[in-house]
Design a protein. Structure first.
Length: 319
């Protein structure tokens, strides 16, 4: 479909002298590519995996015709070529995870690589839109900061999805668990930590009594902290609860649970380690922020119509 508008009085100099500044601002504000030829201007953009565009042509008498270009189907080979950097980063991460966890499970590195692919592709898409490496750095930076909020929101949300996928894959595949009986002053190595059981002693809270265990946590010769898991009894309801000792770190969470007493002052102890579990929640927060940024784009806000207020005419006073 093509439409025409304009005239020699409104668009001189081939028809684009007045329109060009507005087209440039429009393209920068919406993350579009603008190609200029002597008598044509071409606007292109990607949406839903398809390349779409408009072709503006100027006639000799100053008339401007606008034609919608045929949509181009996504080209997998071209997409992979555009995302070569993301693919390289993903490959390196997969190889590193395979080397770290060479005993399996074997599908976990692929799942983690998928998450890294999504994160790297989201970032690279922004850099491709800004044309880093194709135009001067200052121009590319201006294009990057001028991208619409919907483009930024999409990239941020996809990056958060990749973070969440990495967290789910790592936690599901490399979660560790160990149940054993430990006597006072006995030590055990678990998930890179050295845990020493120091015994159990009674303690009292505002409305409960408990048997509180003490574990010294260290890595090598460095002492990190102490954990105090407990078995608690509330005095009013006589309800029993188990309180875990938790050591949280960016790399994973260590849980120590005190079980039932055994002979000789020993206790059953359950140890759990969830690696990268916090990435699941961090990814969800990032996705939420991406949605907020995308919805803040003024082009996506639709205002509800306001009901018109009818003005009452003042009643005239009787003569």
């Amino acid at each position: 479909m093509a439409t025409g508008f304009g005239g020699p009085d409104g668009l001189d100099g081939g028809g684009f002298s007045i329109l060009d500044p507005k087209l440039t601002i429009f393209a920068l504000a919406n993350g579009m590519d603008l190609e200029k030829a002597p008598s044509t201007r071409k606007l292109t953009w990607f949406r839903d995996g398809l390349e779409r565009g408009l072709l503006l042509s100027a006639s000799a008498d100053g008339q401007i015709s606008v034609m919608a270009l045929a949509w181009k189907r996504g080209d997998l080979a071209a997409a992979l070529q555009r995302l070569w950097f993301a693919a390289l980063i993903t490959l390196l991460v997969v190889v590193a995870v395979f080397a770290y966890a060479y005993r399996g499970p074997w599908l976990a590195p692929l799942a983690i690589g998928l998450g890294v692919w999504v994160m790297a592709a989201a970032l690279q898409d922004l850099f491709l839109r800004a044309k880093f490496g194709e135009v001067p750095f200052a121009t590319a930076l201006a294009r990057l900061t001028g991208l619409p909020r919907s483009a930024w929101g999409t990239a941020v949300a996809h990056f958060g999805l990749g973070v969440m996928v990495v967290g789910i894959a790592a936690t599901s595949a490399y979660r560790q668990e160990k149940i054993l009986v430990m006597a006072p002053e006995q030590s055990v190595s678990f998930a890179g930590y050295e845990l020493t059981f120091k015994g159990v002693f009674p303690a009292t809270g505002p409305n409960y009594n408990e048997q509180r265990g003490r574990f010294d946590i260290s890595v090598g010769d460095t002492s990190l902290m102490q954990l105090f898991p407990a078995k608690r009894i509330y005095r009013a309801s006589r309800q029993n609860t188990t309180e875990a000792g938790i050591h949280a770190s960016p790399w994973g969470d260590l849980y120590v649970v005190l079980g039932d007493p055994k002979q000789g002052g020993a206790f059953a102890v359950s140890l759990y380690y969830n690696p990268l579990v916090r990435l699941i929640w961090i990814g969800c927060v990032i996705m939420f922020l991406g949605g907020v940024v995308s919805l803040s784009d003024r082009r996506l806000r639709v205002g509800a119509p306001r009901r018109a207020t009818r003005m009452r005419e003042p009643h005239g006073e009787p003569a």
